[in-house]
Design a protein around this ligand. Structure first.
Ligand SMILES: C=C(O[C@@H]1C=C(C(=O)O)C=C[C@H]1O)C(=O)O
Length: 396
């Protein structure tokens, strides 16, 4: 910082300055942690494939559902990094000095304390939600295809476009998510030319922490949280047990492809995510004991999109989604998270999220369809999942 003693900033100052300066920013808080971190990137990189985590500089990855579709994979190299614990904004050693200086100068300007417009996508005319009839018709078609053995499971999703409350503010919405969802990965990503997304994800896709522990999960099966707020009396139907079992089998098949046998597996257990409960199996590999330095990237590339958001087998399920879902998932059910931060690398599935337009929010939710699915129940399940973000909007 040029010998200057480091100044303290609030998260709001960091966010509004980035928006005013039209710089890309990601804010996040890992599950069960108090520290909020942010990174600002002066030159977001657009990539056509998933980059290697291990050799990457520190930053934040934002990736779409379809790996070879229209939306790019985006890497925000952390030119500036902020921690809510230290309240300091630190530049990376290789960050362009002129841009760092102009950003820090802007931080001290009173105008940057006022709210600013967030980036929205270039085309916003395709956010027409499907109604209950079209969604349930697609579910019925999927059930028929599954019964005809074209696939075992497919995850169908939909959007819900809702006006933003007049008092809506980005920083307040982020803070409300932190409060409401302590065990979720809470994030806000605003990238000029791409858009602004926020969410509270219950699902880790891949993580490698500072102790070199690799983790992933098999998460599926959904029901509303019991009235007493505990998981102790949760009862799961055969349909959910089988649905989660398919995701578990899929994770195991990825380990098998890499010929990795030294993993630990715990579960399935019932876990809470906002107003819902899911079944989750936890997988762990200790990379201090297993010589597999690229496991994080290899598993990320094999796992995504998992059977929790796409289906089983992957290819026919993906084809079914692209042919019948009737809208573009874009970054919903893609993945996002910090890479090589001081905590390690954490990629979460982009679920329980919304994309912000100028005056509207586009909310996304999906449900796993099997041969035993009832279209009406699956519609209800997507309604429950939409509540995660609707609750935040209702607090304004
Ligand atoms: C697809 C979503 O969630 C996924 C699907 C689930 C299911 O089908 O039961 C449960 C958790 C997630 O893996 C979503 O939240 O939109």
């Amino acid at each position: 910082m040029g010998g200057e003693s480091a100044k303290s900033y609030t998260l709001e100052q960091i966010l509004t300055t980035a928006l005013h300066q039209q710089q890309a920013i990601a804010l996040w808080r890992l599950p069960l942690q108090t520290e909020v971190q942010a990174c600002i990137s002066f030159a977001p990189q657009k990539m056509s494939a998933i980059p290697a985590l291990e050799t990457s500089p520190a930053g934040f990855l934002f990736c779409p559902f379809v790996t070879d579709g229209d939306e790019p994979h985006i890497f925000l190299k952390a030119d500036l990094h902020y921690s809510s614990h230290t309240k300091q904004l630190l530049p990376a050693a290789d960050a362009p000095e002129a841009l760092v200086n102009s950003f820090t100068a802007a931080l001290d300007q009173p105008e940057t304390r006022t709210s600013a417009a967030w980036p929205i996508p270039v085309h916003t005319d395709h956010f027409k939600g499907r109604n209950e009839e079209t969604f349930t018709a697609a579910v019925s078609l999927a059930v028929d295809a599954i019964r005809a053995e074209a696939m075992e499971k497919v995850v169908l999703s939909r959007i819900n476009t809702t006006p933003l409350p007049s008092a809506f503010s980005l920083i307040n919405a982020f803070e409300k998510m932190l409060q409401a969802y302590p065990n979720a990965f809470v994030s806000l990503v605003a990238i000029p030319g791409i858009g602004t997304w926020m969410g509270a994800s219950p699902e880790i896709l891949v993580s490698v922490d500072q102790q070199q522990i690799f983790k992933t999960v098999a998460l599926a099966g959904t029901q509303p949280l019991c009235e007493d707020g505990s998981t102790a009396n949760a009862i799961w139907r055969q349909k959910e047990i089988e649905e989660q079992g398919m995701v578990e089998r899929y994770v195991l098949s990825c380990f098998k492809k890499l010929r990795l046998r030294e993993y630990s597996e715990v579960g399935p257990r019932t876990v809470i995510a906002g107003n819902l409960m899911h079944l989750r199996t936890d997988f762990k590999v200790d990379l201090k004991e297993v010589d597999f330095p690229t496991l994080g990237t290899d598993m990320l590339r094999l796992l995504h999109p998992t059977s929790a958001v796409c289906g089983l087998p992957k290819e026919p399920a993906l084809r079914f989604i692209l042919n019948h879902e009737g809208y573009n998932r874009s970054y919903y059910s893609g993945f996002l998270g910090p890479v090589n931060s001081s905590d390690g690398s954490y990629q979460f599935v982009n679920l329980r999220c919304m994309q912000l337009l100028q005056h509207e929010a586009v909310l996304y939710a999906g449900a796993g369809i099997t041969g035993d699915s009832s279209p009406e129940k699956e519609w209800q399940e997507t309604k429950h999942k939409l509540q995660t973000m609707l609750k935040i909007l209702s607090e304004f």
